[in-house]
Design a protein around this ligand. Structure first.
Ligand SMILES: C[S@@+](CC[C@H](N)C(=O)[O-])C[C@H]1O[C@@H](n2cnc3c(N)ncnc32)[C@H](O)[C@@H]1O
Length: 290
């Protein structure tokens, strides 16, 4: 599935009569309140995208305005949970952008073979499809046994789903096609068994995966990695926050470590641009060189 364009107006909107300046004040107060009450910091996310997601929740809850949502969110953690799912945009897929996985196999795997032990960080892993895809790829390349994958997300609900490793059965055809286009070497159906209406992925794929909550806005680096993947997350952040997160990735990578971004993201115009060389320009794969 392709990423929803965060600037397209597909979600619920504010009423036309809504005072834009007042709306901005209310949204800033809501985000400040969420940060102070729950520790989730959305204050530096791209405004137009966050605004639409807030209105989506206001409409779903049949509320009048942003202040009404704020009142509910601050007093009801379950409302915060629902809003968090809207704000964190969890769209994902297995072997999403198959060309990326094909390039990773061709360009990055030979570099990883030179390491005795491989540490990979999936930052913003959502429900885990990206992590299981990487585990399959590493297994097929004979590198999985010496790899450890760290899969993190701000959202505990999606992490629980990732740990379970059960994905919708109706998406298996799309995933099989992605897998083949990504250069998969076996039959994709070998990796899962159908259970009720879900596809349960083989537990060996998560044997070397550590799932844990980590917030890119407020938390620090927690280890050194050979590869950091952060795909389709930075598009939701404003420039200042993107800069912080690039700093975090730079610190977290070993020398000659690999950084993988999403198709609409890049290091261009970031202050770290000079610190990396391009491994695949098309697939946004970079290598830390200084
Ligand atoms: C669109 S999904 C991307 C999933 C996967 N990387 C992919 O490309 O398919 C974005 C994910 O980033 C997570 N996210 C958003 N803000 C975050 C933050 N501050 N720290 C960590 N994860 C965050 C969301 O919860 C969501 O699961």
């Amino acid at each position: 599935m392709s990423e929803q364009n965060p600037t397209s107006a597909t979600l619920a909107e504010a009423p036309v009569s809504y005072d834009k300046q007042l709306e901005r004040i209310e949204i800033e107060l809501l985000l400040e309140g969420i940060f102070r009450q729950y520790g989730f910091d959305f204050r530096a996310y791209a405004y137009s995208s966050i605004r639409r997601r807030i209105w989506k929740r206001i409409t779903a809850e049949h509320l009048e305005n942003v202040s009404a949502l704020q009142e509910r969110v601050l007093h009801d953690p379950r409302m915060m949970e629902r809003l968090l799912l809207d704000l964190s945009v969890n769209v994902t897929a297995m072997f999403r952008d198959p060309g990326f996985y094909a390039a990773f196999r061709a360009e990055v795997i030979p570099l990883l073979r030179t390491y005795p032990f491989i540490r990979i960080w999936h930052a913003g892993c959502s429900t885990g499809e990206e992590v299981y895809s990487m585990a399959i790829l590493l297994q097929e390349e004979g590198l999985y046994d010496r790899s450890r994958l760290y899969a993190t997300d701000i959202n505990e609900v999606v992490l629980q789903q990732a740990k379970a490793g059960i994905f919708p059965l109706e998406r298996m055809q799309e995933y099989t096609e992605n897998y083949i286009r990504a250069g998969g070497k076996r039959s994709f159906s070998e990796y899962y068994t159908a259970k009720y209406d879900g596809a349960l992925f083989t537990p060996t794929l998560r044997q070397n995966v550590v799932f844990s909550q980590h917030n890119l806005v407020t938390d620090r680096s927690f280890s050194e990695f050979n590869v950091v993947l952060c795909r389709n997350v930075l598009i939701y952040f404003d420039k200042t926050l993107q800069k912080r997160v690039h700093g975090l990735f730079y610190e977290s990578l070993v020398n000659f470590g690999i950084l993988c971004l999403g198709s609409k993201e890049s290091l261009k115009f970031s202050e770290y641009e000079e610190c990396y060389e391009q491994v695949s320009k098309m697939e946004k794969i970079y290598r830390k060189v200084r």
